[in-house]
Design a protein around this ligand. Structure first.
Ligand code: GLU
Length: 272
């Protein structure tokens, strides 16, 4: 069976060296496995995603010499697939509507409230009240019920080069699976698409390591196959922070305009 890898950027800005490092990890992994790479544009955030950033991603990858297989897949064109997965989870009684905004949650949370691995206050939270009880709801997973459906089976994932990792989705609490403005969240879309596209190897940054526990749980609940995972270290700015446009990390195109070659970029990210 041919291995299938994917590169799945969000078009919310121009690619920078961190993306080049990630793309290199994906394409090098596929080369070593004799596999293919798919390009998936994760443009479900209607506010932050921009078509011009998606176009720039394709151009920058082509300039770097990274070629993908088949047509580019755009999550914004696949909302029906995510809605079907939501309906499947709903039919199992695993979802509930939630109108709590971040502010509502912050207002009800004690300073020492349990937090998920991304730092958000973990739900359910006793005493939280929506400030807009008639607004459109998000849909949250009933985490305790979802875990109970596993019937005590251990939930793990295979981290390449490491082995089996215990997945602890409970650390995320009642995660949002559909937002009020889109019928999906990142967690749901990524799991549905990796399965629909036959992805066998997920290579992505270490910042998504903890999210893998939620992804494995959703794969079990939706009866989807389990890919192998590899979370590569993040390329950090000199101050130790994650590279980001908002912190002034230069885009690949500005480096290119300054005269950087493709080889210079690959050397800078340790992939030459
Ligand atoms: N779209 C995500 C990002 O740009 C990556 C998703 C993934 O690789 O699972 O951070």
């Amino acid at each position: 069976m041919t291995s299938v890898f994917r590169f799945a950027p969000s078009p919310t800005g121009l690619l920078h060296l961190g993306h080049a490092a990630s793309a290199a990890a994906v394409w090098r992994g596929a080369e070593a496995a004799g596999g293919r790479v798919l390009l998936r544009i994760e443009d479900i955030d209607p506010v932050r995603s921009k078509p011009e950033f998606a176009a720039a991603i394709e151009e920058d990858l082509a300039w770097l010499g990274f070629r993908w297989d088949g047509p580019v897949v755009r999550q914004s064109e696949r909302l029906d697939l995510y809605a079907a997965a939501i309906a499947k989870l709903d039919a199992q009684g695993l979802l509930y509507p939630c109108r709590l905004s971040r502010t509502d949650i912050a207002a009800a949370a004690a300073p020492d409230a349990a937090r998920d691995p991304d730092g958000a206050v973990r739900l359910p939270l006793a005493g939280a009240r929506p400030s807009d009880p008639d607004g459109p709801p998000a849909r949250r997973l009933r985490m305790a019920k979802a875990l109970a459906t596993l019937g005590g089976d251990p939930l793990t994932w295979r981290e390449e080069g490491v082995g089996a990792i215990e997945a602890r989705p409970e650390l995320w609490g009642d995660v949002v699976l559909a937002r009020k403005e889109t019928p999906t969240s990142y967690h749901l879309a990524v799991v549905v698409d990796d399965a629909a596209q036959g992805v066998t190897h997920v290579v992505r940054g270490r910042d998504l390591y903890d999210a893998t526990a939620v992804h494995r749980l959703l794969q079990r609940l939706l009866d989807l196959p389990e890919p192998a995972y590899r979370h590569h270290p993040l390329l950090l700015a000199p101050d130790g922070e994650k590279l980001a446009k908002r912190r002034g990390s230069p885009s690949l195109r500005s480096l290119r305009a300054e005269g950087w070659s493709r080889e210079d970029v690959l050397r800078a990210v340790g992939a030459a």
